[in-house]
Design a protein around this ligand. Sequence first.
Ligand code: SF4
Length: 467
Amino acid sequence: METLTQPEALNFECETGNYHTFCPISCVAWLYQKIEDSFFLVIGTKTCGYFLQNAMGVMIFAEPRYAMAELEEGDISAQLNDFDELKRLCLQIKRDRNPSVIVWIGTCTTEIIKMDLEGLAPKLEAELGIPIVTARANGLDYAFTQGEDTVLAAMAAKCPEKAPVMESQKQERNAISQLLNFGKKKEEVAADESEYVNHTPLVLFGSLPDPVVTQLTLELKKQGIKVSGWLPSKRYTELPVLEEGYYVSGMNPFLSRTATTLMRRRKCKLIGAPFPIGPDGTRAWIEKICSVFNIEPKGLDEREAQIWASLEDYLQIVRGKSVFFMGDNLLEISLARFLIRCGMTCPEIGIPYMDKRYQAAELELLEKTCHEMGVPTPRIVEKPDNYNQIQRIYEQNIDLVITGMAHANPLEARGINTKWSVEFTFAQIHGFGNARDILELVTRPLRRNNSLKDLGWGNLVKEGAKV
Ligand code: SF4
């Protein structure tokens, strides 16, 4: 007789928070590239400077639009005047680079000496004539990608409240439609506009590379949904209008503060959808937005099936293998959900911080995916302990560990395949078209170690050196 088992629910745990991740100030690396007329000033110490200098690799030689305001002994003991010091630096930035916005990034030190950046910013803004956005992206409170969340939450407050009335201003603000309509005649643009369904404006938030922005905007256009703007936009001067009652939707799982700010301070309505990572996620994301606007989604079945078919060569490599997320960038739930759909098993998802409310739809999809694929649901470990995780990786005989650089080489030397987690943050992983890129990353170590396995060098550490 068959016994009916109750499907397992997701299992949440919390460990010590003793794990490796990037400091959230690293968000300047991608945000200064995304927002072309910005300048980021990190107000911290040499520790922060060393980190950025090393983490950003070759970008550091490309005259980046970021700088460190390095605090001195005199700043810490309040012998120097914070306001005058910051004014001097910002004047220099204005003279040399003339940005449209200066973003101050608060660090651990400014937090501990209680430097009142939020209080200083408006005064200096008035004197300088350049907007100053203050974000506390420090290592005391946040992990890695959450840095972007603090910056976007601060920027949400700077988005204009009313749609411009003048035609010329409208054009200036709406960079996306300009991009999509590039090279088209006026009549063609008008015909294009008529394809949209009449709905409440929708603004998407999350910093994505420009090609991905275009892809996702077009993906929604196919369903007749018009994207009114993105936070952030390519330029600070093109920040989207946010009126009360507008719909917003997050592109990344780490943007919970931004979502909260948009809902509470800007009175926008959040569409809580799974994130458009992997073909399954992208489809669920589009379906959710369509359902909010009462639109019957068109052609998604075929579209998704076609993408899965094109991934078959990669799927053959990953099917049946196990993957373990040590957890450092908050993309873990979405990536695990996609990889389980690809046929992998996932005993553990480590994650720095879990906002169950903001990620609710994603968690639901993860649970559903596990049941449909017939695999056990993963344990979700918030604030993981890397030391304990290594023990579990040994015990469970994991095929692929997704981890930071600190553990990657030591694990490889012990014969365990690893993938460096940070690459997922910088690669293009959103939308239907980029599912292949995720699998390209995931399968790379498996393919490489497969072609090298005959050499017999799988394990390179002395016997007994376990950890
Ligand atoms: S953790 Fe704190 S001190 Fe270290 S780099 Fe980040 S902000 Fe600076």
